[in-house]
Ligand binder design. Sequence first.
Ligand code: LLP
Length: 413
Amino acid sequence: MGFAYRDGKLCAEEVPLEELARRHGTPCYVYSRASIEAAYQEYAAALAGRPSLIAYSVKANSNLAILGIMSRLGAGFDIVSGGELSRVIAAGGDPRKVVFSGVGKTSAEIAQALEAGVLSINLESTGELERVEAVAAQLGKVAPVAFRVNPDVDARTHPYISTGLKENKFGIAFADAEALYKDAARKRHIRVVGIGCHIGSQLTSSGPFVAAAERMLALVERLDRAGIALEHIDLGGGVGIRYRDETPEPIGAFLDGALGMLAGRKETLIVDPGRSLVGNAGVLLTRVEYVKPGEAKNFLVVDAAMNDLLRPSLYSAWHDVLPVRKGATPADVYDVVGPVCETGDFLAKDRRLAAVAGDLLAVMSAGAYGMAMSSNYNSRPRAAEVLVDGTADYVVRERETVADLFAKEHVLP
Ligand code: LLP
């Protein structure tokens, strides 16, 4: 929907990518508003008819324009830092729809969240419970909290993005949860409002998600009997997308099992999707600088690199690479690599492509964890970001300049 060929030219909605490259340069992230909204509506349709909150996981793509779109759609936000909270507020998001996760919140971040009036601080350890109680007492506030419980369910995804196993750093142990809730409920500056879990990312089947929901629900019922009534159940994010040939269950089907289990329960169901809202709504537009034939391999050296899109280097993630203008039938096989001085700097390997220097390529499915994980490695200014809405396009982040890179640095006197 967001990206398709028209007359041989790859377009973002109504705008040819080559026109965007001409006007905004490369490398450049391009997002489609319509595809973000369509993905959000899939969640909204699946959750219609029950108290729920779609809390967009800001870490996937934290550009203010995207946060603004989410906010206008009525979304809440799942955040992991004070920085993300500030972004949500700057974009017009409602802090009362914010859940704050993460294992290492600082006192300053906790205070910021309490002052802003977030919906819930998701606690991941006893140390954090004590810290939040102390900060709330100091501010004369009562902190709304949930525990992120580790359901010890194998999400069957990449080990770096699997979070719900005992050996992962996330959440409190399932076995400790009831005692911790009872402890928290006795604290004067704490109000227990919910429970959360998140088992991992890029899940293509709902099985592990449903298994986690089942465990959470058993705990909620146990807490109920102990006189601890919760206001919300947060089942996390994790719904996968199609990068290559994955066949992720559609969002409605994915949520169906958990929704069935929750039918008749009054708690608000919170989900915090990131990738499935923005992943396929963005591409990384890049230009071929050199075609470099080699003895063992041929390379297309492009102007985007691992500092722009880290996923292939970090997770061996596969992203489709499409020519921006359909041309000759591809004859050769290339690795698509960037200019960064690392052998691990590649965007794609062994792709059959036809390209000459100057051609444009689109690295697909780059809307989630693309720009958000970018860096300035090799003193490379960060790419521009452009958002397309029908026939209009907006620069939503200007390309960094080299001067930006060292603006905060100082030489010794
Ligand atoms: N909720 C919590 C508590 C999370 O930790 C995460 C992601 C999400 C929600 C959103 O998950 P999603 O719906 O996007 O799968 N950089 C990696 C992904 C890391 C995900 C970390 N946590 C990647 O590029 O694949």
